[in-house]
Design a protein around this ligand. Sequence first.
Ligand code: ATP
Ligand code: MG
Length: 552
Amino acid sequence: MSEEKSLNFIEEIIEADLAGGQCKSILTRFPPEPNGYLHIGHAKSICLNFGLAIKYGGKTNLRFDDTNPAKEETEYVDSIKEDVKWLGFNWSNELFASDYFDQIYSFAVALIKKGLAYVDDSTADQIAALKGSPTEAGKNSPFRDRSIDENLSLFAAMKSGTYKDGEKVLRVKIDMAANNMHMRDPIIYRIKHAQHHRTGDQWCIYPMYDFAHGQSDSIENITHSICTLEFIPHRELYEWFIKQLEIFPSKQYEFARLNMTYTVMSKRKLLQLVTEGHVQSWDDPRMPTISGMRRRGYTPESIRNFCERIGIAKRENLIDVSLLEFCVREHLNLIAKRVMAVLDPVKLVITNYPEGQTEELMSENGPDESYGNRKIQFSKELWIEREDFMEEAAKKWFRLAPGALVRLKSAYIIQCNDFVKDADGNISEIHATYIPESKSGADTSEIKVKGTIHWLSIPHALQSEIRLYDRLFNAENPSQEEGDFKEYINADSLQIITKAYVEPSLSNSEVGNHFQFIRKGYFCLDKQSTKEKLVFNRTVSLKDAWAKEVKK
Ligand code: ATP
Ligand code: MG
């Protein structure tokens, strides 16, 4: 466990900055826009920003980047806080870019006063037409040479609500021939008459991303502002503002965003899945959202471990979702209580067991003795899995078949004698005899069997609903496929079993408990579960094809 890990490139920068005295301690931030629920990609950014601060004794701010009133809601703010906390991180300050609106406004006024910003009356199309292309310089706007006084009064009028949406914008005056298109007089303020989730109708002009994000970093004295690769071309502008405004010199660093197979990871797309009813909610257990994963039974430890394992890259890549599932399995193997559940029940009658008798047996709760034991009830009539029986045993079939011997987990060895079929030809009842001397833990029978199957006592078992989930998409990279990503939705991503059975010990389980239904996978209680009807989610199957690969 204590293997030495080499530093990632951001850690190298931080260590050099601390050693060289560029900063005394580090301050990072996680800056979500509250326009949706957080997803596993955000988890990566959270683990990185908070993880660095923890490692280097610094701090991390949680800053809501709420400069777009149309899409932002308090519901999202609350869910984001819950998710960050659940992942196991504590922020130093809870902040909102909207708290800086006055200050950002005065930054804009300062730029106007320096002759570095102007009000432009052009339409969005006219501005785009003069922008040029990467190979061709843009042209100056006809409004570029307005006087400072005129710009100051027009900008004040924009603020006071004189104009309609889109009638005017404020742009900075840099260079319409700059190689970097982001430096060609970018827009820094636009008019938007909308209710803001925090400032209400106090403002009708809002700063653009580039004039809010970096400014917020500087206001908070963020030392290392870490974002994803698509912001590389924005860095020049980020630094230009710092220089012109003479504000705290935060530094921007970029890493590759997390992309994962069989998943989409943009809030816009995830919102579509919710609003168009492809999933039930943001926390639908099939969603790659943190709340969906939590509801599905993923643990914060497994998500943090996943983020740690994939590391920080400087180039885009696509991570196999099975690595995340491997991390989930690895953790649940350590913490999930072992219990028995039968998902596709068929009745097994122990013909030589006394009618009406119940026996208490002991079964292990975990992978070793340290997890303790619990009592389970055994009786004459049991549920077993339909798939554990074969009418005619195939080669190497070690489970139940006429004449075959098998062990009932934590109970007895039984031998199958015959079976009964219903009118449709389905097996409705299996008959077996048990060997009294073969009781688990006190077996004197000297009979060796190769197969062990799980079971439940029919009079004691609780009928439950079990929800099995599969990948939400059939395509490995749905966003990259031709056509709309929704064409690649897996129609069979949810299977609901209404007549499954679980041990009576699960009657008082709670949301947040993790179970291994032995031989069936890892499960958790769903929030829709009630005392009358227990509902379980399958978190992940037991199969771990990935394990062999990583152990090599
Ligand atoms: P989306 O495209 O999903 O809407 P976003 O970048 O617009 O994501 P923000 O709320 O702005 O979402 O993101 C907050 C932080 O999380 C940003 O610093 C952003 O870079 C980071 N982030 C978002 N998606 C990913 C991802 N897939 N991998 C790593 N970091 C991400
Ligand atoms: Mg964003």
